[in-house]
Structures are given as C-alpha cells and as structure tokens.
Design a protein around this ligand. Structure first.
Ligand code: ATP
Ligand code: MG
Length: 354
C-alpha cells in the first residue's frame, strides 16, 4: 500500500499557461480520493504525472516514502507500482480476456500454476471467471471495463489511478461498476485516485474530493464539506444545486455564525471564523429555503417537476443575474413571474480570501 504526496506540482507545455498549477495533495494510505472538475481543467495531465507518463515542470511527487518525481528524479512508469484504468479500456484485441489480465503477471516473470491462480482470482473478483477464453470484442462495454479493472488488480498495485472509467457506460452499468470499485477497494486496501467530471460518482465513492479548475485545486474536502461549506464560488456552483447571492455582513462572524442582509432582509447563517464585516457572497442550497409569508423578496422564474416535488428557480429582488433554486410541494408552486417571499433557514458565507 502507498499514500501519495504531491508537493506544488506544476506542468507547463511550452510557453502556455500551466495545465497543472502548484497542486499539493496528501492522499492517505488506503484513501479513495476523487478528482472532480470540468473538461480541460488538467485532471488527466495530473494523473499522467502521477503515473510517470509526464514529468513535472516544478514540484515533487512521492509514493509512500519514495520520491518518484522532482527536478532531478524520474522513476519510470513500470517501476512505480501504479495500476491505471482508462476510460477507453485499452485492452489488447488479439489476446483473450485471461491473457489480457495475465499480461502484467507475465512481464514480471510469473508463470505456470501461480500465473493461472492469480488470473483466475482477479477475474473472479470482477465476476468474469466464465469469459476468460473470449476476446474483448465479444464483450459488452461494462464487461470490458471490468476486464481492465481485473488486469489492474492482477498487478497488486499500491495505488490505482482511474480516469473516467465509467464515462462510456449506461446508468445501470455505472451503478454495478460503482459497486465493483467499492468491492475492489475493500478487498485490496489500495489507495485510489478516481478522476471524473460527474459529481454524483465522486460523492458516492470518495472519502474526499479535490475540486479542480484551471489546473488548480480549489478545495480538497469530504463531500459533505464541499456541499455545505464551499471554499470558493466555483465550488459552490459546481457541487450540488442552489445558488450564490450577494449579501452584506453588518458585523464580523462569531462562533461560526454571521448575520447577513440581502435585499433588506436579515438572516443568521454559517460562516468561517474570522469572516470580516462588509460585502460577501452567500451560498444557499435548495433545502436552505422555504416559501413563507415574510422573508427575502424574490421572483419565480420557472418551476420544473422533479417527481414528488418541484424545483423552483427564482431571483432575489435587485440581483437579476443570480439565480437560486428551492423545492416546493405540489399545490404551493408559484407561477412564473410571481413575487414571493422566501425564508432562509441556513446558508454559508463563502470565505472572502478566495
Ligand atoms: N501534451 C500536451 N501538449 C499541450 N497541451 C496539452 C497536452 N496535454 C494536455 N494539454 C492541455 O492541457 C489541458 C488540460 O488537459 P487534460 O487532458 O489534463 O484535461 P482534463 O481535465 O482531463 O479534461 P477532460 O475532462 O476533457 O478529460 C488542455 O487544455 C489540453 O489541451
Ligand atoms: Mg481527461
């Protein structure tokens, strides 16, 4: 097993802006960390740096106690004991499923009965013992992805890197493979780094999530912390529903709470210690808001039925460009354009340092 430490890792291609920009991560031994961010934010490049397919321009990477990359060090990918599962499966079409899974064993000189035992064990873990003799082309997408996982498992890696492994699969296959990943992790105790742009996958699997934007880690925290206490407006928008509005803090935060004023209305919300008085931005999730006779003056833009409840989109008076979302029960849903009052039951002041 191996933890992973990235210390201010930067990657530049030519003179362009860095694709990975001073990323520091400390992943514990056996932790499942998701890296979540929009297309082009540098996720795959970060994974390639960790695997050893790219060299960092600056910074250092450690696997467990071992320095694998810095200005003067570059340990080759095959010497890093890192397993990788790509979105594209990367299986060899001319080999059977069993041969694909056994390939990393053969390159390590494992032969005979031991080779057969390890291939069978890896295939059993992903429930594919019965198709060992078939070619990858005759399998479904989900089965191929499980073969790729079994091949990774056969290497007994201390660190497993998964780059959008479910991106090509339908909803049901995704759910079953999410279970396989949990099983894989429980069985091996491996440290796992899971790259995705799908927040529900990240939330379902990860101990912690690193949210990336423009090559930088915006916030690294447990899923619930990202949702309840986003460090930046980007994280507030990217994770979960709801919205961000402008507010004024008449006084500094105290004991984790602050009064905020929005459109002449006052509410008590959560805030980081040391949050100063003055202009601020407030993150409000749908469950933080309720229609009421008194409260924040707002206007309904539209409402969408979500099964059971309606999702109502609204704007606060004087902040037309900022949209909020809240839930409403059937029979209480305002008409588009209607003026409403909204009670704020909770909220989070986005820290001003970010
Ligand atoms: N070898 C390279 N040379 C030049 N630019 C590169 C190279 N590899 C990646 N980039 C650039 O780095 C940026 C980040 O790419 P990367 O593949 O890491 O993003 P990503 O977060 O994985 O995106 P996606 O979600 O679409 O897979 C992109 O703008 C890409 O064009
Ligand atoms: Mg990518």
């Amino acid at each position: 097993m191996a933890g992973l430490i990235l210390d201010r890792v930067t990657k530049r291609f030519g003179d362009a802006a860095p694709v990975v920009d001073r990323v520091s991560l400390d992943v514990a031994d056996g932790e499942f960390l998701a890296i979540l961010g929009p297309s082009g934010c540098g996720k795959t490049t970060l994974l390639r740096l960790i695997a050893g397919f790219e060299r960092p321009t600056e910074g250092a990477i450690r696997l467990g106690e071992r320095l694998v990359a810095d200005a003067g060090t570059h340990v080759q990918p095959e010497d890093r004991q890192v397993g990788i599962v790509f979105q594209s499966y990367a299986l060899w079409p001319h080999m059977s499923v069993g041969e694909n899974v056994g390939y990393p064993l053969r390159t390590r000189g494992i032969r005979g009965a031991e080779y057969k035992r390890q291939v069978a064990a890896a295939l059993d873990t992903v429930g594919l013992g019965a198709v060992a003799d078939r070619r990858p082309a005759s399998l479904s997408g989900g089965q191929r992805q499980r073969v790729a996982l079994a091949r990774c498992l056969a290497m007994s890696p201390g660190l497993v890197l998964l780059d959008e492994p479910l991106a090509n699969l339908d909803v049901h296959l995704k759910a079953s493979l999410l279970d396989q990943f949990q099983h894989f992790r429980a069985r091996t105790g491996a440290t796992m780094l899971y790259i995705t742009h799908d927040q529900s996958e990240a939330m379902a699997l990860a101990d912690r999530i690193a949210v990336m934007a423009h090559g930088r880690v915006e916030q690294l925290a447990a899923p619930e912390t990202l949702y309840r206490s986003p460090a930046t407006e980007f994280v507030a928008d990217f994770i979960g529903m709801g919205g961000v509005v402008e507010a004024i803090l008449p006084e500094p935060a105290a004991a984790g709470q602050a009064w905020v004023e929005i459109a002449g209305h006052r509410a008590l919300v959560r805030a980081a210690p040391g949050q100063a008085a003055g202009a601020a931005r407030l993150c409000l999730r749908p469950e933080d808001l309720a229609l009421a006779t008194e409260g924040l003056p707002a206007r309904c833009r539209r409402a969408r039925y979500q099964g059971g409840e309606w999702l109502v989109e609204l704007t606060v008076d004087g902040q037309d460009e900022r949209e909020l979302q809240m839930l409403a029960k059937p029979g209480t849903v305002p008409e588009p354009g209607a003026a409403v009052r909204v009670r704020i039951t909770d909220g989070w002041v986005i820290p001003q340092s970010c």
